[in-house]
Design a binder for this molecule. Sequence first.
Ligand code: HEM
Ligand SMILES: [Ca+2]
Length: 644
Amino acid sequence: KPKEAKRGIRTASQKLRAFMSGLRSRAVADPEERTARRLDVLSKLGFSAEVLRDLKALQMFSRADEDPFCDLKVDCSVDSNRAFVDGQEYRTQSGQCNNLDNYDWGLAGVQHKRLLTNAYDNGKWSARRKSVTGTNRNIVLLPGARKISNAVHATDSDKPLDKASLSSAFIYFLQFISHDITKTPEGDVPTNTDCCNSTNPFCLPIRVEVTDDFFSAGDCYDAQRSFTVLDCDDTSGFQNQINDITAYIDGSMVYGSSDAELKELRSFIGGYLKTSTANFMPEAEDTEDLACDNVEDPDLCFLAGDTRADVHPGLTTFHTVFVREHNRVAAYLGELNADWSDEKIFQETRRIVAAELQRITFNEMLPKVLDSSYVSKYGLSGSYSYNKSVDASVIQEFTFGYRFHNLMPAVFHMAELVGSSVGNTASHEQEDVWQSPGFLLTDNYRGVDHVLLGLVANGCPFINGLMNDASRNFLFVDENGDSFDLASINIERGREWGTPAYYLYRQMCGGVTISAWTDLASTHSADVIADLQSVYASPKDVDLWTGLVTETAVGTSIAGPTMSCLIGMQFANLRNGDRFWYETSDADLKFTTGQLSELKKVTLARVLCDNLDVATMPKDVFSTSGSWVDCSTISGMDLSFWAD
Ligand code: HEM
Ligand SMILES: [Ca+2]
């Protein structure tokens, strides 16, 4: 392989698995064992012993892949199924009973929703492999994922953004928020199985068919199928994927999606979250399932509310900042209200941090993801009113619409304020920083500041569906030179999930019928169409992720029409279907008028100024075109409105 692996002791497969591991993904194929693990998961989610006994008695798990959530009834009018402190209601840790009529909407562990009927080849679980150009007698297979990746997504350059000047901070904040919303865990493959040489049905070997500049024919990516359960609608009986985390924007990547996860993270004193030296996240003890592999200290892994927190120093920086923000707010509230218990301070702080995340996501992030026409079309900026018939659970197609892997910079910069301007101090190839949270501790613990300054000061590429070598050839590269192609994985994942082809979503969202290549002209450039046509036999074969990510973005946004539709829908649901949304007017749940107007002053720039050792910041940290101003001139919220 042309490039040498730079660091780490874990193999590429171990790295990918660590990234995708989850509570549920530890379930195993043996039905009894699997039942035990499922019950364990449910108990970690906070379900009572009685509920679990009932489930067992009802033989809820008689078939190995039945989903206990389908028939479970949780009465949300019972206080113990919700979370109250001193009469005030807070979110439950798992998302349970956010919707009072449907306890499981947005709950950690529930099935993804599907907008369209599955496209599994057998309608049940077998991956979508057939081209529409074939017949039952004469099957034509879809092109291999790597072939598509080479023809449609390859670039060795890292061209600057040609539209708006988006910063690298923008992309890692996008990822941070994606890790609040969705995580689809992998399935039941024992740890050391090599999926390229195994008949385990949960394996997903992705085989390279033709030798290219980097991989050779016969190479194979050792990936796994996602964890599945039977769809709750008994008659259809197909396998569906689940979300391991709460869908709501509630800071679950900071706090975890179950009581058990949270317990590991809290100090239980003064409402604080645990930290380690120099105010970093706690270091994880059991690192086997976490995504980290530093060269200096392979076992240094930060423990966060989401197992993926360590996958990139940019992402880990946002995790660090929000843990610090939690503790900053908790300290203030504790001083302000001497009689508040640890629990009260904790929950009130968590409520404030979730509100900040919602505010930043909708006020600063989404307007750069979507064109303003889509922001208004999906009602993302208008006044809020809770709609209890909206299910916030993740739409599986959204998880492809929101995989902005085409925005990843090839180079990772660290920067520092020198004199009056910020300049890069160190630069690393992207493939050398995956899973290396140790960068944050360098420079005598100021690494985190330098990472953040580097993210804000440097742009991110936007090259319309193209991905650089770092993520297309060197993902999770190891000492043996083994690595993955993230574009191929995304394509293969769609097939493995039985996700229908792109064109059906273009039809559904845009009302445009696609039958010939020319029908793509309103969404895709001539060059892209030519690339697609060079590998796919029909426009109706184009995989969802590939079709979405190659759409021409609308206006100055980063998303084309169909991608905007999927993202708009999901974020609308996350807002309208969240009973605890920060702008709620519900008398029992709302912030006071004074508090709300303080929360609306929050910007990410202010949060960064408050929690890092930095003196200046652009007011809009997602843009590289603004000027840097003294932190003292960036306004923030006044927490004195939280005095009891
Ligand atoms: C630091 C760089 C990143 C790495 C190494 C990375 C890696 C990965 C990997 C390995 C997967 C699983 C693919 C699969 O097996 O299906 C994934 C999924 C995903 N990624 Fe990324 N990613 C990165 C950045 C981003 C960014 C910037 C976004 C922006 C929004 C993003 C959004 C997503 C989403 C939405 C999923 C699907 C989540 C799910 O439901 O499981 N990723 N990523
Ligand atoms: Ca969440």
